[in-house]
Design a protein around this ligand. Structure first.
Ligand SMILES: Nc1ncnc2c1ncn2[C@@H]1O[C@H](COP(=O)(O)OS(=O)(=O)O)[C@@H](OP(=O)(O)O)[C@H]1O
Ligand SMILES: [Mg+2]
Ligand SMILES: [Mg+2]
Ligand SMILES: [Mg+2]
Length: 331
């Protein structure tokens, strides 16, 4: 008999919804506080707050499960970051929580596991921080990996309306979720009620397909994807949006393809940028591989070190994309 993951999904949904409340509150501010990490990428009080809240809920429900998350609290512990830390306390107080600073550090640093094990969660507390800062798309992505397989996923997209062009005014976004083997659903992130089943598109003619990709050309090569689009005779302009919302729009059939093509040698994709989205797309009937057509290998710790780039599709055109990538010299 296969294991029952309904409790894991229930807590994952609850954690993502709770974190999204904090993210929406911060996102409503004119300019949220931002720090620069050592790799020059931005991190906000919402990234830390979201990671702390999800971690807190998982610690209570599944105390033995390790978490591989994006952020750590080292920067926050610096005495010159007192104002930043106080802003996190203030956002938690809005949600009725009054932890000590030590508790906040503990929750954030509980997600500092790096090594692979048989059962662990992976968390991106805000995927698409740059999108968050532009008040565009971002996602809170949480996934449970069991024996190397993404098994449970909850991907919250607080700024995603019923179409990519429709940005909801208040907390009305959707959370996309799945348990392996049981299909994918979308439901309102605030109430978590009335899940609706989602499916990838049934389009087969590549000329009619919609391709989406990162906003930043530093995160995915726009020039290579334009060459692939030309080979597939795709006429529509690419849809550029931040975060794992790209996986979600493919999963609900609004787009057909998501390409993430390497921009520089040596960059390894991080598991938290993909795990949640991968399961949602696969359970909605789509296909996810790397640029060579290999499945993503979630057994390598925090990075997808056995893979290059990511290709997501409704399944119908997957082989054609892999061939096109070869022809334009990406693989
Ligand atoms: N060089 C390079 N190549 C590929 N990916 C990279 C690279 N550098 C950073 N990152 C990761 O990109 C994550 C954001 O991806 P997006 O697709 O949302 O990018 S974009 O905002 O639409 O441009 C972003 O996730 P967040 O930090 O959670 O926002 C990074 O983990
Ligand atoms: Mg980041
Ligand atoms: Mg990310
Ligand atoms: Mg992030």
């Amino acid at each position: 008999m296969s294991a029952d993951y309904s409790r894991e999904l229930e807590f994952a949904l609850r954690a993502v919804s709770h974190a999204s409340e904090l993210c929406c509150s911060v996102n409503g501010k004119i300019s949220p506080d931002v720090l620069e990490k050592s790799d020059k990428s931005p991190v906000t009080i919402a990234d830390f707050g979201s990671q702390a809240l999800v971690s807190r809920i998982l610690e209570e429900a599944f105390p033995d499960d390790p978490i591989i998350g994006e952020e750590d609290a080292s920067e926050l512990k610096q005495p010159d970051q007192m104002n930043f830390l106080n802003a996190i306390h203030a956002e938690m107080a809005v949600l009725g929580l009054h932890p000590t600073s030590e508790q906040i550090f503990h929750w954030i640093d509980r997600c500092s596991q790096k090594e692979y094990c048989d059962r662990f969660w992976t968390l991106d507390p805000i995927d698409g921080t740059k999108g968050f800062l532009r008040k565009g798309q971002y996602a809170i992505s949480l996934a449970l990996i069991v024996n190397g397989e993404v098994t449970v996923a909850a991907v919250g997209c607080p700024n995603l309306g019923s179409t990519v062009d429709d940005v909801p005014e208040s907390i009305q976004g959707e959370v996309f979720s799945a348990i392996r083997g049981q299909g994918a659903t979308a439901r309102p992130i605030a109430s978590l009620r009335n899940p609706e089943s989602i499916k990838v598109s049934s389009r087969t003619a590549t000329s009619e397909m919609v391709l989406c990709e990162s906003v930043e050309s530093g995160h995915s090569s726009h020039s290579h994807s334009a060459q692939v689009a030309e080979r597939l005779q795709i006429s529509a302009d690419p849809v550029r949006l931040d975060s794992q919302a790209k996986y979600c729009v493919v999963a609900r059939g609004e787009a057909d393809i998501y390409l993430r093509l390497p921009t520089r040698p040596g960059y390894q994709e991080k598991i938290w940028d993909h795990a949640g989205g991968v399961l949602v797309v696969e359970e909605a009937g789509g296909t996810v591989t790397d640029v060579t057509g290999k499945p993503l290998d979630f057994r390598q710790g925090s990075e997808l070190s056995n893979n290059r780039g990511v290709v997501v599709s409704n399944g119908a055109c997957h082989d054609q994309i892999i061939e096109a990538l070869k022809a334009v010299g990406v693989s």
